[in-house]
Design a binder for this molecule. Structure first.
Ligand SMILES: Cc1cc2nc3c(=O)[nH]c(=O)nc-3n(C[C@H](O)[C@H](O)[C@H](O)COP(=O)(O)OP(=O)(O)OC[C@H]3O[C@@H](n4cnc5c(N)ncnc54)[C@H](O)[C@@H]3O)c2cc1C
Length: 505
């Protein structure tokens, strides 16, 4: 910690956390400083500006959007869109289910506020010209997923980001791209500003009445994935890395914040030479008809668990070596090509999509001698190709096929709709691995979204929103309520701004 004097910023001596050059290239003054221009940060900036405040929005990347740019829909319950469809889920029931299924390892108050406020947040977004439709992602889920259908011709997360950025520009928010926040400025016991550095080496000392951290957690820093998340970063990887390294969490900790529990939005998937992300071959790893085995040749879960992507990521990660193999035959290939997918990958690849390119993808991966995809004409041959004991795999396939014949899976209770035998002449094995869309958590906040210190007292002037916030979800992301993270990001950004502005008066 060092003491510095910043002329023009304020007359008093300010405390600054961290070691860096204090060449004060520019001093800026505003009401609200928002760190991170994803859905949480943009919603905070727009809301703050709508309440009449001057806002500076800092973004590390040379573009806005963060992971939110790739998201699809936001959780809300009992919205106007739900009511017009006649969806029966109530706010009370959603809250009860959520708390119970997260084993009470969450903040009950913040989750209650979010469930109660989720519908109003969608209405606020729609007032900014963002259009929604509500869908369920898989047959297992309720209709809570408010997908962005359109904003000026753009859909999904990119539509929300464009809508919020347009609103921010119109309201006069000053957005500084490629200018990451590197430190907080604290005076006495209050956060009074942020230090940021742009990619040209300029340093900005920005004073403000409140700071909202919305830098999207730490998922792209493998060291923190291991140390904070307790996962092997080689086997638990960020699927869309954008250089999110937990900056907001680290800065807040230097200012006295307590680091809270963290988790991930895990998902299953595959990789290897000749396999493209979201290709038809990639999508085959998400299908419920397949047989999954570990490297010992044993089944390890109900394969229709692919409909619950976070739980599927856990099941794969728990296997020896943190991987598995997804086994299918040419009958499945024919079905996927002609009839379509039984499980979607969000709305990026919707249920029912015909996998017309699957045979081409298969041929390409085999031609590339892919380490993630193998083929053989017998079970023993396939076992050799994937280095699994042949006797064990033959036994597993025989038992599985018997279950399919009897339409009963006594061990894993797989839904009999998905019990289809592996019996073709062309057999395939696709490597199964675990990934995550985003890390989730890092800072403990109260109901007003203020960041708490080690004694659970709010740090004055400091707020956090979106993925940065701990205790919204438990150790496993609640993918049964589609859109929880995206919904909370926008909701909490807005409400952090509302509370920060209230505090300014
Ligand atoms: C492919 C994909 C699909 C997804 N689909 C969904 C979905 O449908 N529903 C759902 O609920 N969730 C989904 N998610 C998760 C989604 O990431 C979160 O729901 C949501 O985007 C979180 O928003 P955020 O604003 O907290 O974080 P982000 O959108 O990631 O924004 C954080 C921003 O902070 C910036 N930043 C980082 N450090 C600094 C710094 N030091 N200074 C300034 N800026 C900084 C980052 O560059 C980034 O722009 C998906 C994720 C992916 C990758």
């Amino acid at each position: 910690m060092s003491q510095i004097k910043i002329s023009g910023l304020c007359a008093a001596v300010v405390l600054c956390f961290g070691s860096h050059s204090f060449a004060a290239d520019q001093n800026l003054n505003t009401d609200l400083i928002v760190v991170g221009a994803g859905s949480a940060g943009l919603s905070a900036a727009v809301q703050g500006a709508e309440l009449g405040k001057k806002v500076i929005l800092l973004e590390k990347n040379p573009y806005v959007g963060g992971n939110s740019q790739h998201a699809e829909g936001l959780f809300a319950v009992d919205s106007e869109w739900n009511r017009l469809r006649g969806d029966p889920l109530t706010r009370q029931e959603a809250y009860r289910q959520f708390i119970e299924r997260q084993n009470h390892l969450v903040d009950p108050y913040k989750n209650k506020d979010f469930v109660e406020g989720s519908a109003e947040n969608i209405e606020w977004l729609s007032k900014h010209g963002i259009e929604f439709e509500v869908i369920r992602e898989t047959p297992l889920k309720d209709n809570t997923w408010h997908i962005i259908k359109n904003y000026k011709g753009v859909n999904h997360g990119a539509g929300l980001i464009k809508g919020m950025k347009d609103a921010a520009d119109k309201l006069g928010v000053q957005t500084m791209l490629a200018t990451p926040a590197v430190d907080l400025i604290k005076k006495d016991d209050k956060v009074v500003g942020v230090i940021a550095k742009d990619n040209k080496g300029n340093t900005y000392h920005i004073s403000g009445k409140a700071v909202i951290l919305a830098s999207g957690s730490f998922g792209d820093d493998p060291k923190k994935v291991a140390e904070w998340g307790h996962r092997d970063p080689e086997a638990w990887k960020s699927s869309v890395p954008i250089n999110k390294t937990g900056d907001g969490i680290v800065m807040a900790m230097k200012a006295g914040a307590e680091r809270g529990p963290v988790s991930f939005i895990g998902h299953l998937g595959t990789e290897g030479k000749g396999i493209k992300f979201l290709s038809n071959l990639y999508g085959t790893s998400w299908q419920p008809f397949n047989l999954w085995v570990n490297r010992d040749g044993l089944r390890f879960t109900d394969e229709s668990q692919c409909n619950a992507f976070s739980e599927a990521a856990n099941a794969i990660y728990a296997q020896p070596g943190h991987y598995g193999w997804c086994i299918f035959d040419e009958n499945t290939v024919k079905y996927l090509m002609e009839k379509g997918a039984s499980s979607g990958i969000g709305v990026l690849v919707p249920i029912g999509t015909k996998y017309a390119n699957l045979q081409k993808d298969i041929d390409e991966a085999l031609a590339a001698d892919s380490d993630g995809f193998k083929s053989a004409s017998t079970v023993a041959g396939l076992a050799k190709a994937i280095n699994v004991p042949a006797a064990a795999l033959e036994k597993t396939v025989a038992e599985y096929n018997k279950n399919c014949e009897l339409q009963s899976d006594p061990m894993f209770l797989k839904d009999r709709r998905y019990l289809v035998p592996i019996e073709g002449k062309k057999l395939y094995a696709l490597k199964l691995k675990s990934y995550f869309f985003s890390a989730y958590g890092g800072l403990i906040t109260n109901r007003d979204h203020q960041v708490l210190d080690k004694d659970s007292r709010p740090i004055k002037g400091l707020y956090a929103a979106g993925l940065e916030v701990s205790n919204m979800v438990g150790p496993t992301y609640p993918d049964f309520f589609s859109g929880h993270a995206f919904g909370f990001a926008s909701y909490s950004g807005r409400h952090a701004a509302i509370n920060a502005v209230k505090e300014m008066k």
